[in-house]
Design a protein. Structure first.
Length: 159
């Protein structure tokens, strides 16, 4: 009987101990998720979230430019900028951007592909407000019109 009471007591203590650890863990996560953005450090701002090409012709110039500004008080460093697929190629400088200064991210879309455009470019940086910034391009590429009516080959005509 003593063994039973002792085992039951140990089991109750173990359950209470696990619940206490679980409660502490979940409260830590909640507190960490509600942190405010630090006031000091580099901050990234982009002139537009989306570039809309509208409707363009197949083979047209697929280059657009996003202007990035460091609105913080420390140098902003863009470590990578990557398109969501091989048809979207961004180019960005790895040089530090001083507070108040700007740089450009050039994005080239392969307009040989006909159809709707909806692509993302992910910018990774040391920004305190948005370390991973996603910008988008959208639009539609129409097929290039064919040359029109066929021309005569110079052969005989039927009357």
């Amino acid at each position: 009987m003593k063994n039973f009471v002792l085992s039951l007591s140990l089991l109750i203590m173990a359950v209470v101990g696990v619940n206490g650890v679980y409660a502490q863990t979940t409260s830590k996560i909640t507190v960490e998720e509600t942190k405010e953005v630090p006031k000091d450090g580099p901050k990234i701002t982009v002139d537009k979230e989306v570039h809309d090409y509208g409707t363009i012709e197949q083979g047209a110039n697929g280059v657009c430019v996003f202007t990035v500004t460091n609105t913080g008080n420390a140098p902003l460093i863009i470590s990578t900028c990557k398109g969501s697929c091989g048809c979207t190629v961004p180019q960005c400088s790895k040089e530090p951007i001083a507070p108040g200064a700007t740089t450009e991210i050039s994005v080239k879309y392969d307009t040989k592909r006909v159809g709707p455009i909806s692509k993302n470019v992910k910018i990774n940086s040391n920004a305190v407000n948005e370390p991973v910034k996603v910008i988008r391009i959208k639009g539609k590429v129409n097929a290039k019109p064919t040359g029109g009516a066929p021309t005569s080959t110079g052969g005989p005509t039927v009357n």
